[in-house]
Design a protein around this ligand. Structure first.
Ligand SMILES: Nc1ncnc2c1ncn2[C@@H]1O[C@H](COP(=O)(O)OP(=O)(O)OP(=O)(O)O)[C@@H](O)[C@H]1O
Ligand SMILES: [Mg+2]
Length: 352
């Protein structure tokens, strides 16, 4: 086959692709491949162009025995690494005078690599989070068996700490299961018709004891009309329980929390009718560097304080998934020393 025809064929391939002949020269390549390996590549020996040992070995073997192989190729555009899965295959009869040509195609598999990395990080995090309370429990069991075995006062104190640690593990497992469920049905649109005023009021009612304990008062600013949306009542309750709970736990020093609901016929962020629910505290605030990462799993702005308060760092990750299932948005603003504002924006059917 003529090299021009080969070029034409490769140009029609959606993946970066190139062809190497029996003299080890790159005889054809499409634009996608040239972008990846450099525009001068054509006509050169593949060894001087491709340079990565795993790939060179695979090509050499396929040139010799004609068998198909797969390997990887890493590229870096200065900003990010990209991982390609390269397949090397012999194409008999395609070269000049019917010679064998070796065809390489490059498939970007960075997303698979990233997913693998995320899974590994996740397992590391979960193990670490579980191990901390477990180590404490094991230590106390040893103490109860030994030094404290005849000391009822110490035993009672240790048992109470052990109870708290076991509860922390229980909460962690509960949150993990909840995150799993929420991620699982993120693509399934909710179908219930719910009244947000009622959901938020009952959330606040449930959290009232926690707020009283922290000397926090609620200021509720709701519209007079009921705001009805299509949503999942349990999940929305989870969203507001976590955000309001956080405002009490971390922002409670401000003494009050404002919960404001503002429906509007045209919510700019959604470009449609929507409702904003703002949970505003006047406490310590969050440093700007933490803001973009707060919704990551296990991320805590103030590690010690959050742990002391029993936090697992999964709350806002769950919130984010639920809001995205509802086709909404979450905005977080904060100023150190002044407080934080968490804004949930949800679509509303119909008009006001
Ligand atoms: N209102 C707030 N004021 C200050 N910091 C906050 C506020 N809300 C959240 N944070 C910070 O964000 C972090 C993440 O919150 P998130 O709800 O995801 O986890 P958590 O409360 O630590 O644990 P969980 O909610 O799973 O029990 C918290 O650890 C805290 O450091
Ligand atoms: Mg929380």
């Amino acid at each position: 086959m003529d090299d021009d025809i080969l070029d034409g064929l490769l140009a029609a391939m959606p993946l970066p692709s190139l062809a190497i002949d029996g003299t080890e020269r790159i005889i054809a390549a499409n634009n996608e491949a040239l972008l990846l390996i450099g525009h001068q590549a054509k006509g050169h020996n593949y060894v001087t162009i491709l340079r990565q040992p795993a790939l060179l070995d695979a090509i050499e073997l396929t040139l010799n025995d004609g068998r198909s192989r797969r390997t990887q190729y890493l590229s870096n555009d200065g900003a990010h690494d990209t991982t390609f899965r390269v397949s090397c295959r012999a194409a008999p009869g395609v070269g000049q005078g019917g010679a064998v040509v070796t065809l390489l195609t490059f498939e970007d598999i960075s997303h698979i690599e990233q997913a693998g990395q995320m899974r590994r990080d996740f397992v590391t995090n979960v193990s670490h989070e579980l191990r901390t309370p477990l180590t404490a429990l094991m230590g106390f069991i040893e103490t109860l068996r030994g030094p404290a075995s005849n000391d009822p006062t110490a035993s009672a104190r240790f048992l109470s700490i052990m109870h708290d640690e076991a509860e922390r593990m229980n909460r962690l497992v509960g949150d993990l299961m909840s995150l799993n469920r929420v991620e699982g049905d993120e693509r399934v649109r909710p179908t219930q018709s719910v009244v947000l005023n009622n959901i938020i009021r009952s959330t606040i009612h449930t959290l009232q004891p926690l707020a009283s304990e922290a000397n926090v008062d609620f200021e509720i600013e709701f519209p007079d009309v009921p705001v009805q949306i299509i949503g999942d009542a349990d999940q929305l309750t989870q969203v507001f329980t976590n955000i309001v709970g956080n405002a009490i736990k971390y922002g409670g020093s401000g003494g009050r929390i404002t919960v404001r609901m503002t429906p509007s016929a045209r919510e700019p962020v959604l470009r449609a009718a929507g409702v904003r629910i703002q949970i505003i505290d006047y406490g310590v605030g969050i440093e700007p560097l933490h803001l973009p990462r707060l919704t990551e799993r296990f991320y805590r702005a103030d590690n010690h304080r959050s742990r002391d308060l029993g936090g697992t760092g999964l709350g806002l990750a769950i919130v984010k998934h639920i809001i995205s299932r509802h086709r909404g948005r979450l905005r977080i603003e904060s100023e150190l020393g002044k407080g934080s504002t968490f804004t949930v924006i949800l679509p509303v059917q119909g008009n006001f």
